[in-house]
Design a protein around this ligand. Structure first.
Ligand code: SF4
Length: 465
């Protein structure tokens, strides 16, 4: 018998037979996240107006995210071992653990999954944030809202207490501090992976080899601990499988970025945003559903480019941003309505190639070396340099450096990035203080004036060129 939620699951790409099969899981998950019949009209409107659900590829990606949410919140009830990792994370270890351990283990990044589902689709994140604010992470205490969402999810009993946490402390020490608090409250084991961001200004892409040895050793320690604590051995075979899937996903994201630089821009950045983090935050549905969903999307977007279809007028200034809001599509739409084509995100631009002469002695060192090339894990300079190079190579008209206001690594480069990118490339850059994970304070309206002024300036500059 149809239920109140069937319509929105249908919009998100679920077939009737699948809804029937998953009904008990869907109901238990909706109950946990607090979505009831009264929410459905609002959710349906959000999906239809903000998510381009007329595209099959979008529906497939939304479906993958919802399935990931069900897997996450029901993991313990379904008898799974649960492993969480932090965000951002070096790509590879999570997927390798997942592919080695199979169906009985859930591996993922719960806060990002909650952002992309409870936030982006259902718009019900506020109770999670409020729960965190009374459970050790009050507002203004400097731990970012992503950490609050993880904390709130656990406090409300929506996400299960994990059997192991992998805390990434090589870029963001705030995630591991928040994980330490959760470890004290819930008692689960945690492995902290440290690194060192120390480097001389101007050093990127070079680095001190000791940094690879150190971070590589930390990653190898992670694999040793996963084996010791959970009995899961990460082998080269499982890492190869993980990296192969990851390559498929990231090459589709690269294709999507290149399609989005078409004039007029064929789809909203909201779409590339939901596609991008599937690979970064999920190791289950990203591997099983991701490749097909992204390939369907790329084909459809290619069709739009060929037919000259655009969501903005031809000639709109093209902008490189850092990333899209994880939980509020209204922010990306506001930027696009101001007339800016969010044609590429920093995170979808691939890094340089490995130096083949470099001797690497373990799986951990190989992962560390690849992370170093990405720039962001290298240093503030490496991050800024890669940003500038991406803007120049994609011939962008502008850059929006949206920095998370309560994130130490990002806030460090707040105004420095603007200065650096403008000096290196001459491309105007907007330094935009914002919140990627929740929008109670930094909503679209709060950001609108700065964005519209920037858009006006870019248009005037383009007209003169
Ligand atoms: S936003 Fe910053 S503080 Fe929060 S998890 Fe990401 S890197 Fe860490």
């Amino acid at each position: 018998m149809p239920e109140y939620y069937d319509r929105i699951f249908g919009i998100c790409g679920f077939q009737d037979t699948e809804i029937e099969r998953e009904r008990s899981r869907i109901e238990r998950a909706l109950d946990k996240i607090g979505v009831g019949p009264e929410d459905i009209p609002r959710v349906e409107q959000r999906l239809r107006e903000q998510h381009e659900v007329e595209l099959e590829g979008v529906r497939k990606i939304l479906r993958a995210w919802i399935l990931e949410l069900l897997d996450l919140v029901l993991a313990k009830e379904e008898g799974k071992t649960v492993i969480y990792y932090g965000y951002p994370s070096i790509q590879g270890p999570g997927m390798a653990i997942s592919s080695e351990s199979g169906e009985n283990v859930y591996v993922g990044c719960p806060d990002v999954v909650l952002c992309h589902t409870v936030g982006l689709i259902f718009d019900k994140l506020a109770p999670f944030l409020e729960a965190a604010e009374t459970n050790g992470l009050p507002p203004g205490h400097g731990l970012c809202s992503l950490q609050q969402i993880r904390n709130g999810g656990l406090a409300l009993g929506v996400v299960p207490v994990p059997d192991l946490v992998i805390a990434s402390s090589y870029y963001c020490d705030m995630g591991s501090k928040a994980d330490e608090l959760l470890h004290e409250i819930y008692g689960h084991p945690a492995v902290y992976i440290d690194g060192s961001m120390d480097s001389r200004w101007g050093e990127f892409p070079r680095y001190d080899l000791e940094r690879i040895r150190f971070l590589g050793g930390q990653l190898d320690k992670l694999f040793a601990n996963v084996e010791k604590i959970l009995g899961i051995e990460v082998t080269r075979r499982s890492m190869k499988k993980a990296m192969a899937t990851s390559r498929v996903l990231y090459s589709a994201l690269g294709q999507l970025t290149s399609l989005m630089t078409a004039d007029p821009m064929p789809i909203s950045g909201v779409v590339s945003g939901i596609a991008m983090n599937l690979a970064a935050a999920s190791t289950g549905r990203s591997m099983s559903e991701g490749p097909d969903a992204l390939s369907t999307l790329c084909k459809e977007v290619e069709g739009r480019v060929k037919s000259g279809y655009g969501i903005l007028e031809k000639g709109a200034p093209r902008v490189l941003n850092f990333a899209h809001s994880f939980s509020d599509p209204g922010i990306t739409h506001m930027i696009e309505k101001a007339g800016l084509a969010l044609a590429a995100s920093f995170v979808t631009v691939p890094p340089g190639k490995r130096d083949k002469s470099l001797k690497l002695y373990s799986l951990g060192e190989e992962l560390a070396e690849s992370a170093m090339r990405g720039g962001a894990y290298h240093s503030t300079y490496g991050f800024a340099k890669r940003f500038a190079e991406a803007a120049r190579s994609l011939s962008m008209d502008g850059v929006i450096w949206g920095y998370q206001y309560n994130c130490r690594p990002m806030a460090l480069g707040s105004h420095l990035f603007k200065q650096f990118i403008e000096e290196e490339t001459g491309i105007p850059t907007l330094s935009l203080e914002m919140d990627y994970y929740e929008s109670r304070t930094y909503g679209a309206e709060a950001l609108r004036t700065k964005v519209e002024t920037f858009a006006e300036m870019l248009r005037a500059r383009k007209a003169k060129a």
